[in-house]
Design a protein around this ligand. Structure first.
Ligand SMILES: C[S@@+](CC[C@H](N)C(=O)[O-])C[C@H]1O[C@@H](n2cnc3c(N)ncnc32)[C@H](O)[C@@H]1O
Ligand SMILES: [Zn+2]
Ligand SMILES: [Zn+2]
Ligand SMILES: [Zn+2]
Ligand SMILES: [Zn+2]
Ligand SMILES: [Zn+2]
Ligand SMILES: [Zn+2]
Length: 520
């Protein structure tokens, strides 16, 4: 049976279209598939290979369909996990047993303990015998060599290479599931410097393998001064490189520890020892991820950390949530105490999300945090400056708007104030008199399909409008490209009362690299 799920993948979303889409869809009524994490749901959800599933509902023009269904929490593409079950569906014993067998089959071939044992043996081998199979993404012991002779194998794996697994393993770039975009050295070093400057001594890395790696590389072995780190990530390949004390195979969309109680206890201990003093959680979830289940998970970490705080201490677990800026309102819905920093986080293996003007675009990825922004100094050499009125560091082009009384730019470009909208908007937007708000010139008006969206008259189109100055006319090629871009992206989202997730759809084929574990 075909699951009525739409894809949710904002990872490569053009930020303008996405932001415009959020605005437009918010006004026109929502459609798509929504997750029901915070609502009362009966019983415990069925499990897929990625742990407990989430309950979803299909929404059409703001109306929820009566029948709800369970689907995978981690994979937004049925190709990656095709679990589907109606909420009220009763499964036969035979089907339940088959599912159990399938889930078990999807587990990594070895336990974390076995991987650690293999690592111990591996580092005892002379350099000439240390091999890594790139095809299987696996460290090889001499007994394994025969099975991998036709594969692509790397030789002479040094200790330095073993300390940088994020460079040895290929990034899982499947946008719908892993979206493993790794920090550039610039961003990773900035994060670590910031963490140290703010006085943190322990970092719970949730989906930040490269940060975890850098923290461990910088550790001098001095127990007192070193920053400690625990990595939680769905990518079980890291079990080959880290012990059970420094890595847990984990799903952040349902707070599921694949190693069960043992993983949970490792995490609890890390959060609560020394009364949780000097600890920060840093997370960089896949961008197509659903905000609501993530927020529920981070709240669980906060509660776990808070258990050992004295009741008169109103402190919240310090957190850095790295996510695209156009999710700001969604994140603030769940964490009103958070603010968004102007710092642009960038990635090695992401063509679009590169820093500064040399990349194809400025990175739309930001840090959301509950640490007061005036405590977070952004690098002046990259153009960030302090706004005394806003009491925070902002990017160079982010001008303080006297009317809004705030540095309003979200994307690093200079925004302009629209008197009709009573707010600052992106420089490329113009005020549409049909929609009565600012939007991209090529947006499709929510209310009326015909007529001109500049002046609202029905007898001509925007390009023929006497109010449309020639200088603003995009040339044919640019227009065509823009149209192509907006056709590629269909955005459905929710706004207002319900705490449901925003869905952005973008279809793009991507070639598969190597072979992966069937359910990884
Ligand atoms: C956008 S990348 C962030 C990587 C980070 N920028 C770094 O360099 O350390 C997302 C990370 O989350 C992990 N991830 C994806 N889905 C996850 C899930 N459901 N639960 C836990 N981790 C997940 C990926 O394996 C990847 O490491
Ligand atoms: Zn699944
Ligand atoms: Zn192999
Ligand atoms: Zn300001
Ligand atoms: Zn303004
Ligand atoms: Zn306007
Ligand atoms: Zn319009």
């Amino acid at each position: 049976m075909a699951a009525p799920r739409s894809e949710a993948g904002v990872t490569m979303a053009e930020e303008e279209a996405a932001a415009a889409g959020v605005e437009a869809a918010g006004r026109s009524g929502r459609s798509g598939v929504e997750v029901l994490v915070s609502r009362d749901t009966s019983g415990s959800p069925p499990q897929c290979p990625h742990g407990p599933t989430l309950l979803f509902v299909k929404v059409n023009q703001g109306k929820e369909e009566a029948r709800r269904f369970y689907a995978c929490s981690a994979c937004r593409d049925r190709k990656d996990c095709n679990f589907f079950q109606w909420e009220d569906e009763k499964l036969s014993e035979a089907r339940l047993a088959a599912r159990e067998i399938y889930n078990r089959r999807c587990r990594p071939p070895l336990s974390h303990k076995q991987y650690v044992e293999r690592y111990r043996k591996f580092i005892e081998l002379p350099l000439s015998q240390r091999k890594f199979c790139q095809t299987c993404q696996q460290l090889l012991l001499p007994d394994d060599w025969g099975k991998h002779c036709d594969h692509q194998v790397l030789y002479d794996i040094s200790i330095a290479q073993l300390k940088r697994p994020s460079q040895l393993l290929y990034p899982l770039e499947n946008k719908k599931t892993n979206a493993q975009y790794l920090f550039t050295d610039r961003s990773c070093q900035f994060l670590l410097d910031l963490i140290s400057t703010l006085g943190f001594r322990k970092v719970l890395c949730v989906g930040t393998p490269r940060l975890h790696e850098l923290i461990r590389l910088k550790a001098s072995g001095d127990k007192e001064s070193d920053v400690k780190s625990l990595l939680l990530d769905i990518d079980f390949r890291y079990s080959q490189f880290y012990t059970e004390e420094s890595f847990c195979h984990y799903n952040m969309f349902n707070h599921h520890f694949f190693d069960g109680k043992a993983g949970f206890e490792t995490c609890r201990k890390f959060l609560q020892e020394d009364k949780g003093v000097g600890l920060i959680l840093v997370t960089d979830p896949p961008f197509g991820g659903l905000v609501e289940p993530l927020a529920v998970t981070f709240r669980k970490f906060m509660d776990m950390w808070g258990e050992h705080q004295s009741p008169d201490n109103n402190k919240e677990l310090p957190l850095f949530w790295i996510f695209p800026y156009f999710f700001e309102s969604r994140i603030l819905q769940f964490f009103p105490s958070f603010s968004m920093l102007d710092y642009q986080v960038d990635y090695d293996n992401h063509a679009l999300y590169k820093h500064g003007k040399t990349g194809r675009k400025q990175s739309p990825v930001r840090i959301f945090t509950n640490i007061p922004p005036n405590k977070i100094i952004l690098p002046a050499e990259e153009g960030y400056r302090f706004c005394a009125v806003c009491q925070r560091y902002v990017s160079l082009e982010n001008q303080h708007c006297e009317i809004c009384n705030s540095c309003t730019s979200k994307d690093g470009r200079r925004w302009k104030h629209c008197l009709l909208c009573k707010k600052c908007v992106k420089p490329s937007w113009i005020h549409c008199s049909i929609c009565n708000y600012c939007a991209l010139p090529n947006h499709s008006c929510a209310g009326a399909k015909d007529g001109c969206f500049i002046c609202g008259e029905a007898d001509h189109k925007r390009t023929k409008c006497p109010n449309f100055s020639a200088s603003k006319r995009p040339n044919r090629a640019v227009r065509k490209q823009k149209q192509k871009k907006s056709n590629k992206m269909k955005m459905e989202t929710t706004k207002g009362q319900s705490m449901n997730h925003a869905i952005v759809t973008r279809k793009k084929k991507k070639k598969k690299r190597g072979h992966q574990h069937p359910c990884s």
